[in-house]
Design a protein around this ligand. Structure first.
Ligand code: ACO
Length: 333
């Protein structure tokens, strides 16, 4: 069974309620139909019910009638969520009038449903930007205990099986936090270890990447990676983590042994933590395109409940896969 099949099969057992705020969008509807038909998750669609059902009819989808459809403009829990919003954000000046408007935005409604325990996770972003999907999540769902920063990991499935764990690697942060401090970078490493175990199903060996290997270059940017490595090891003493490493020293055994002799990670890493978002986002896209690797993600990590962001160029199967991953994250929460 390949990795995605295993993730879907696990999701079927968990029966998690996943909310899709872009409920009238064609790819979302097609994905909801497959997810419901294959019983991968219990789907909640946000949108005008008549419109959702008429779009589903036009697309000849047969399972949408079995989903829960909630109209963001009129539903029985509207005031309950407005009250929660005001309680959670009054220190930021959120008024009852503002909250009543915001709750009609499906992206806000989805996060409040999660906060209230009425849904287990969310997938959105087929027609909304990353910022618009994440902002309500940051404001209302917030981060998990011990983690202050949300980040995004990719599971990279490489054609060349000599790298990582039989060709499987995890990269982070490739999607969210532009310029982490050293303690935030340490948190990203710890959160990625959790994603690697829970979703990729392998034991992480983490390389903290830089343009220096074991102090070969002196620069404040290198110091940040060295300090983050130490802090991550303090946060999670059982973690197999080492750095600073250049990328070749992290993944190629011979180079690792010569540049970082004695390191148990050098040349054997299956998790790569990048020093900032520029490096992480560029690296995953280059590996995906130049090495024809499959990139599964971004899997958002560090949030108190699983909320995942799609690329606007996503396919129906990308949505199906990300919902299955979200259900697995919800089960491991
Ligand atoms: N983790 C947790 N909370 C965060 C984070 C984070 N990474 N970033 C911001 N926040 C919180 C802030 O603390 C703040 O909370 P508060 O209102 O309770 O005080 C709230 O979110 C808003 O903070 P802002 O700094 O105003 O954040 P903003 O909304 O402007 O930006 C965003 C957040 C959109 C995620 C920004 O960091 C961003 O644009 N990141 C890059 C995303 C991106 O474009 N990625 C590449 C494409 S994805 C891909 O290629 C797969």
């Amino acid at each position: 069974m390949d990795l995605m099949d295993r993730i879907k099969s696990n999701a079927r057992q968990y029966k998690k309620r996943i909310v899709l705020p872009e409920g009238t969008e064609e790819r979302t509807l097609r994905a909801a139909d497959i997810l419901t038909g294959e019983k991968i998750a219990e789907i909640i669609l946000l949108g005008n019910p008549e419109k959702v059902l008429s779009e589903a009819g036009k697309l000849s989808l047969s399972h949408i009638g079995k989903t829960t459809i909630i109209d963001p403009l009129i539903h029985p829990d509207k005031n309950k969520y407005v009250k929660m919003m005001v309680e959670l954000r009054k220190h930021k000046g959120l008024t009852w009038t503002d909250a009543k408007k915001l709750i009609e935005d499906p992206l806000y409604l989805a996060t409040l449903m999660i906060k209230a325990g009425d849904a287990d996770g969310e997938v959105a972003g087929a027609i909304n930007s990353t910022g618009d999907v994440l902002r309500p999540a940051f404001q209302f769902v917030k981060t998990m205990p011990g983690i202050s920063v949300v980040s995004g990991a990719f599971i990279m499935i490489l054609k060349d099986k000599e790298f990582g764990e039989d060709g499987l690697m995890v990269f982070a942060d490739c999607a969210v936090h532009p310029d982490p401090t050293e303690s935030e970078l340490a948190e990203i490493a710890v959160a990625t270890a959790g994603t690697t175990r829970a979703i990729a199903g392998i034991e992480p060996r983490i390389a903290m990447l830089s343009f220096s290997t074991k102090g070969s270059a002196k620069h404040p940017m290198v110091d940040k990676v060295v300090n983050a490595t130490r802090l991550a090891a303090e946060m999670a003493p059982d973690l197999q983590i080492d750095g600073d490493f250049q990328a070749d020293a992290a993944i190629i055994e011979k180079i690792g042994q010569s540049k970082a002799p004695g390191s148990s990670i050098a040349g054997r890493a299956n998790v790569l933590i990048f020093p900032n978002l520029e490096c992480g986002n560029i690296a995953y896209k280059l590996v995906q395109r130049l090495a024809h690797a499959e990139a599964i993600g971004p899997i958002l990590q560090g949030m108190a409940a699983p909320i995942n962001d799609l690329s606007r160029g996503c396919s129906v199967s990308d949505i199906v896969n990300l919902v299955a991953i979200t259900a697995n994250q919800a089960a491991g929460k």
